[in-house]
Design a protein around this ligand. Sequence first.
Ligand SMILES: C[S@@+](CC[C@H](N)C(=O)[O-])C[C@H]1O[C@@H](n2cnc3c(N)ncnc32)[C@H](O)[C@@H]1O
Length: 335
Amino acid sequence: MTVQCNALKPYDVQAAESHQDFALDVLLGLSRSPKALPSKYFYDAEGNRLFQKIMDLPEYYLTECEFEIFQNHKDRIGELIGSDRFNLVELGAGDGQKTRVLIDHFLGKGLDFRYIPIDICEEALTELLQELQGYSPPLRIEGLVSEYFVGLKWLSNQIHDKNVVLFLGSNIGNFSHSEARVFLYSLWNALNDEDYVLIGFDLKKDIHRLTVAYNDSQGITAAFNLNLLRRINRELGGNFDLDQFRYYSAYNVYSGAVESFLISLREQTVYVETLNQSFSFEAWEPVHTEHSHKYLVSDIAELAEETGYEIIEQSYDSRGYFVDSLWQVRKNREM
Ligand SMILES: C[S@@+](CC[C@H](N)C(=O)[O-])C[C@H]1O[C@@H](n2cnc3c(N)ncnc32)[C@H](O)[C@@H]1O
């Protein structure tokens, strides 16, 4: 069976824009104090390959939890979403492996939808589209290589369609609570009344379990973080010596997030040719690379209420580590 696969925007235009954004964000991030680089830049081709390895790690429980949730709750999620024609839009789709559990189920039930994966990583999206070629029964797909906000802009034009938005794999955890509020409210603005959003939240749990998930014994998470410096070297002409930085991550009980860093092992200066700029590092100076916020069920309820959604269903894995929360957009009426 063939897949109808229309990119909504030419990849090359997006890629050119993202190269400039990358340069600007590196300049801003390494000039500020404390230094920080946005985690969305992890995902070049190598970062995408390393993240797929992370998802297979025994310590990284998040993926198997969400797989289990979809296996056990796909019927219920399908019933709740209903039978009208809809757009299944996935923000930060990655390899889409877990989503395929839902897609297979929805197709098997004869639901009428098109799948629109959106991801900043061109390699991830290209691989996903290739995997879905020859899909049977036939699947309508339109992929978009872009930032989330371009996806929101696209969504805001779908005024006559029903939309079901997937935001899986604890992608929401990369936002602080205030950023999550802004993002979810922007999403609400882009959606129509009664559209659905399915969000994967990683829950607060035993701290050892959390820290081990980001400190795997094979060093894949460390390589994934260090790849960000390699990307700066390759794409922006940087001269980072990767042996002079060490990955470190820890759970912060106050912020409720696993926080990740690359630590400079000595006093050093790094030059980035595209920026024509040098950056000085003290010995033991950190560069923040990622927040992975963990949630309480009460935080989720608060977030939904503050941003204009009603929680329809909470689907948990058997260990209660993770929840996929189905929300419905409420506009024009009291809840
Ligand atoms: C942690 S992975 C999760 C992938 C998938 N959702 C899953 O559950 O397996 C995050 C994905 O989101 C994409 N991503 C991260 N930040 C993004 C952004 N600002 N805009 C669009 N995609 C983004 C990355 O390229 C990556 O594929």
